[in-house]
Design a protein around this ligand. Structure first.
Ligand code: PNS
Length: 170
């Protein structure tokens, strides 16, 4: 009988404050590679996010609605423990430039030490999004620059409302 490979669940963790079209591109490409993809927002009290975890999950949920095998979740604590608890054998991360590489390399080695059975897989960012980050998008938007095409339209309107509520947000 032919060998039937078992379904692979992958986990795409991040801050997603907010989701950008770069993230979305990675989600689309990963959803084709893996049977199931869990996109999970880090619930980290230490960072001062612009959007709450539930707001970020809402935006993600809206953006990934068209993908049948993609689920949105949140987590805290160790990433690899959460991955194991969710049955994910693969962690997906994106690399935009060499500057991303060093941090990702450290995390990968640490995560492998903690849980050798979980593999980290890197996808190179699509050229058009290789300069896009949540941090820069927020900064450019706050300073009145054009971010159309860099985030889903719904995220742009959320940013508008957030900065109208409190223009001093960074
Ligand atoms: O989008 P980000 O901010 O680059 O994502 C970073 C993230 C969430 C992947 C990383 O901070 C993380 O995994 N945090 C969970 C805590 C943890 O497991 N730390 C040890 C990693 S080696």
């Amino acid at each position: 009988m032919a060998h039937q490979p078992s379904p692979v669940t992958a986990l795409y963790p991040g801050s997603f404050d907010p989701i950008t079209n770069g993230h979305l591109d990675l989600i689309r490409r990963s959803s084709v590679l893996f049977d199931k993809l869990i996109v999970s927002v880090l619930d980290n009290q230490a960072k001062q996010p612009l959007f709450s975890v539930s707001e970020r999950m809402e935006m993600l949920g809206d953006a990934v609605r068209r993908f049948d095998n993609v689920e949105v979740d949140s987590f805290n604590g160790l990433l690899v423990e959460y991955a194991a608890a969710r049955g994910a054998r693969v962690i997906v991360r994106g690399i935009r430039a060499i500057s991303d590489y060093e941090f990702e390399l450290q995390m990968t080695h640490m995560n492998r030490r903690l849980r050798p059975g979980i593999e980290t897989v890197f996808l190179m960012a699509t050229e058009a999004y290789s300069f896009v980050s949540s941090r820069l998008v927020k900064e450019v938007f706050r300073l009145g620059g054009d971010i159309s095409g860099l985030v889903p339209p719904m995220v742009e309107s959320r940013l508008r409302s957030r900065f109208e509520e409190n223009p001093r947000h960074t």
